[in-house]
Design a protein around this ligand. Structure first.
Ligand code: SAM
Length: 256
């Protein structure tokens, strides 16, 4: 089995974060790896168990396109939360339009699409990850359903939102493990603001894993625009488990 530290991608990985910072400012891939490798191993294909889904989620993982090519702990936590919530009340996803930011392998958005065929999901990331997300959507959804309800799109934080996504109609925004690289913090906050304008009701589920002191700077920026509420309706006992791993799950509400 390959370990996470064996997976140092080539220097060109820096292209996977569209910032203007110099290479010297980039954290190494190893330093971004969680202390405990996520359930997802760095193998060609792995499987993630999400209670509420009939089958395990099959994920092709690939460290080549950078850190998004493997599945991270917060993605699993968020996937399990939406599955748990959908099990209690399917209307939370029914006919909803959902966008996932920084999807990486596409795990969370794909789980939403499998759970609820009536919802429409856009899994988004930088261009280098689009092929991986497409493969994973195809692996887990029958082609007709995939084409109908899980779409793959490029969305670079801080840039104009893609015209192919009906941004004004979105009901839910998902983001997992997107707080890890300081130069991208203002870009991510900008995109969250663009997706959740003051006059629009949109639910934002934001899951992150505490790694560095610098994370605080992200939350200081975020606080100017969003109130943050811990999610308190997860499966009993779930929060205690993921909190021990430094993972938090929050709902963000745009400040008026
Ligand atoms: C740590 S990975 C998490 C991936 C996935 N959400 C998960 O939980 O497994 C962070 C993701 O954010 C994406 N990302 C980083 N900077 C970005 C940017 N400027 N625009 C869009 N996506 C970005 C990366 O490509 C990567 O897929």
């Amino acid at each position: 089995m390959v370990t996470i530290t064996d997976l140092t991608p080539p220097r060109s990985r820096s292209a996977s974060v569209s910032t203007t910072s110099s290479d010297a400012a980039l954290p190494s891939f190893e330093s971004l790896a969680p202390p405990r490798p996520p359930t997802t191993k760095a193998e060609e294909e792995t499987r993630v168990v999400v209670e509420g889904l009939r089958d395990e989620v099959r994920l092709k993982v690939d460290a080549g396109p950078g850190c998004g090519g493997i599945a991270w702990p917060s993605g699993e936590v968020l996937s399990r939360y939406i599955a748990y919530r959908h099990g209690l009340d399917p209307s939370c996803l029914q006919n909803k339009k959902i966008l996932e930011l920084g999807s990486g392998t596409g795990l969370v958005g794909i789980v939403a699409g499998i759970l609820e065929p009536s919802c429409e999901v856009w899994v988004t990331d930088q261009s280098i990850l689009l092929d991986l997300m497409k493969v994973n959507a195809e692996l887990n959804l029958p082609s007709t359903q995939h084409k109908r309800n899980v779409h793959v799109a490029e969305l670079n934080w801080g840039e104009d939102l893609p015209k192919s996504i009906p941004v004004k109609e979105l009901d839910i925004i998902l983001a997992a493990d997107c707080v890890y690289f300081e130069p991208a913090f203002p870009l991510l906050v900008q995109t969250l603001c663009d997706l959740a304008p003051i006059d629009k009701e949109v639910e934002i589920l934001f899951c992150w894993k505490k790694r560095r002191k610098a994370d605080k700077r992200f939350f200081a920026m975020l606080k100017k625009h969003f109130n943050q509420f811990p999610v308190d309706d997860d499966k009993p006992g779930a929060k205690e488990v993921y909190s021990r791993e430094g993972v938090s799950l929050m709902r963000l509400v745009r400040k008026k």
